[in-house]
Ligand binder design. Structure first.
Ligand code: ADP
Length: 240
């Protein structure tokens, strides 16, 4: 029988890295939060709802949520070239889609809500850390949300379905036909807290349908835990 895959940092398959959540970290923002999975740390700041400028972009029917994701140059071991790139644009787009579904944007005609997500440290799963921070920042800005949003990456590595993938795991390699190949599958999920609907599902790699089912079940289970941590962080700021 094949040996069971052991995670390099000794975690159980459904165990995340240490999670930390703190709300109200940037006083000038209308809402802000930090969320981390181990060494992946995201800061989110929300401004608005405010009038959308330039005026021709306004929608009289509903408001707009704009998320901007970026990594600081010093967030990765090799200095990242500053400024937006294609990856950041894609993550900004999917983050906006994952979060706007819970906001009653029809209550904010001609308005915009801006959410800036900055990755301070990156060790994979940063889009998920960013969504968790952004959901907290939106809630702390007093923006009504139909449900909370929690995000986690689930992957298939070494034949096992595991939660909250680190960079080492994402880079997992195997030797096949004498060639070393990257073999990790990474699936970032965002799950709504009450309905457990999926508002983000991306797939980097290959996965069988039965494994995808297992990954979805694990994402839902882990997001329940993440939601508890988010709720605690929000409660703490109310008590202060
Ligand atoms: P996610 O961070 O959501 O998992 P990716 O799968 O695109 O998104 O990236 C995985 C990881 O790769 C990042 O968290 C980061 O650690 C690393 N990474 C991404 N872009 C760069 C870059 N330009 N330079 C160095 N490392 C990077």
């Amino acid at each position: 029988m094949a040996e069971k895959y052991k995670r390099a940092d000794g975690r159980d398959y459904d165990e995340t890295r240490k999670m930390e959540a703190k709300v109200g970290v940037v006083k000038r923002a209308d809402g802000s939060a930090i969320f981390s999975f181990g060494k992946s740390q995201a800061l989110a700041c929300v401004y608005g709802p405010r009038q959308f400028h330039p005026q021709h972009l306004q929608n009289p029917e509903k408001g707009v949520l704009r998320c901007y994701y970026d990594m600081t140059s010093f967030s990765v071991p090799e200095r990242k070239r500053p400024g937006p790139n294609r990856r950041a644009s894609e993550i900004s787009f999917v983050t906006s889609r994952a979060l706007e579904t819970v906001i009653p944007l029809e209550n904010y005609p001609n308005s915009v809500i801006d959410c800036y997500i900055l990755i301070l440290q990156a060790d994979a799963s940063t889009r998920c850390a960013g969504i968790n921070a952004a959901a907290l920042a939106l809630a702390s800005a007093g923006i009504p949300m139909k449900e909370m949003v929690s995000a986690v990456s689930v992957g298939k590595i070494g034949g096992a379905i595991v939660a909250d993938i680190s960079k080492d795991e994402e880079d997992y390699e195997i030797v096949k036909d004498g060639k070393t190949i990257k073999s990790a599958t990474d699936i970032p999920f965002a799950i709504l807290s009450r309905s457990e609907k999926i508002s983000l599902l991306q797939l980097d790699g290959r996965i069988k349908p039965e494994d995808l089912k297992e990954a979805i079940a694990m994402a839902k289970k882990v997001c329940r835990k993440i939601n508890e941590i988010q709720k605690k962080a929000l409660k703490k700021i109310k008590e202060e």
